[in-house]
Write a protein that binds this ligand. Structure first.
Ligand code: SF4
Length: 345
């Protein structure tokens, strides 16, 4: 059980559900577009959104977005303590910094965060490790990453500030897992943000992120997640929920069971699964539906599904918890399945 922190009304850690976050992929100068992106992400279930804040000239845009965004913002700041102070003064409820990069101004940042009850996320990243840090860790990158995060953390703890979220990210899943596992052993009370940084694109990026995060979440490590992909931010949010659904940590919308098919299949499972998939988001949370190739094994193999369809001699059968209800025409099988799932849960 980690300590709970609160960002703009959103509770993170302390037994709250694992939060799903993303990052704006357009500059703050285009504040209307940023707002639209925030609103769309919020609709998909994104709970916290990070925004790059690289220049003080963007302070007014940041303040406007912090005021209008339907989900809390986290300003992402590198090196410049005065920018961190400007973000907090602009009303942003959380910032992501590397305190070690702001040594001279960090006291001001902490004072400002304390006064505004803002949360500071410490973001150590494998890309920023220097040769001295690597040498101290005996060349073991994951250990160097954990030590770098700890160094940053201590700067804040030494100032008596502990409204923090700890984060140590690498582009390597095993490195991220090991670094976070080490940190969680030392700081079991702190909330963690976890992610595999710059995870990549498409299937490889998803699997890299999911494998690393699943190993951590299965150990109880991770209070907020980001699936960092070279794709639209909504894909990060959808992937975040897919992962949490797969691990049965959170449910948002429905889930699909569908068979890989074999020589017994009587229907186009791939086509039907593709028809049903986009509608899962609209199903009640926790609902499971199934698309199975044959009525001989389908209903039994998918007896965990609330509703399912399976190919039959005359078209498809619709079943509930493994029990066949009736036969339906094949061309309307997906429609009947979704209707049953929406109306009777
Ligand atoms: S449900 Fe039927 S078609 Fe699908 S894999 Fe099982 S036996 Fe094969």
């Amino acid at each position: 059980m980690t300590k709970a922190v609160e960002i703009g009304g959103l509770k993170i850690g302390g037994g709250n559900p694992v939060r799903v976050e993303s990052m704006l992929k357009i500059p703050l100068s285009d504040k209307e577009k940023c707002y639209e992106q925030c609103a769309y992400l919020a609709k998909l279930g994104c709970e916290l959104v990070r925004a790059a804040f690289p220049s003080v000239t963007l302070t007014e845009d940041l303040a406007w977005l912090a005021k209008n965004s339907p989900i809390p913002l986290m300003a992402d700041i590198h090196f410049d303590a005065s920018l961190a102070v400007a973000a907090l003064e602009a009303g942003v409820p959380s910032i992501r910094i590397n305190p070690g990069n702001m040594a001279r101004g960090i006291a001001d940042v902490v004072a400002c965060a304390r006064e505004r009850r803002a949360v500071i996320r410490i973001g150590a990243n494998s890309g920023s490790l220097n040769s001295a840090q690597l040498k101290r860790a005996g060349g073991v990158r994951s250990d160097a990453l954990a030590a770098a995060a700890e160094e940053q953390l201590k700067i804040l703890l030494d100032q008596g500030f502990d409204d923090v979220i700890l984060s140590a990210k690498s582009t390597s899943a095993p490195e991220t897992v090991r670094a976070n596992s080490l940190l969680a052993l030392k700081y079991p009370d702190l909330p963690f943000h976890i992610g595999i940084t710059e995870s990549g694109f498409g299937r490889d990026g998803l699997i890299k992120s999911a494998s690393g995060l699943a190993l951590l979440l299965a150990q109880g490590i991770g209070d907020t997640i980001r699936i960092s992909l070279s794709e639209a931010p909504e894909e990060e949010v959808r992937a975040g929920y897919s992962l949490l659904k797969a691990l049965e940590l959170r449910h948002r919308g429905g889930a699909l069971i569908s068979c890989p098919t074999c020589g017994r299949k009587r229907i186009d499972v791939m086509g039907l699964a593709a028809l049903v998939s986009p509608h899962l988001e609209d199903l009640p949370d926790g609902m499971t539906v199934a698309v199975m190739g044959c009525e001989v094994n389908g209903p039994g193999e998918a007896r965990d599904a609330d509703f399912g369809i399976a190919g039959s001699r005359g078209g498809a059968v619709i079943f509930r918890k493994g029990r066949v209800l009736r036969e339906v025409p094949l061309e309307r099988a997906a429609e009947f399945l979704l209707q049953a799932a929406q109306e009777d849960f």
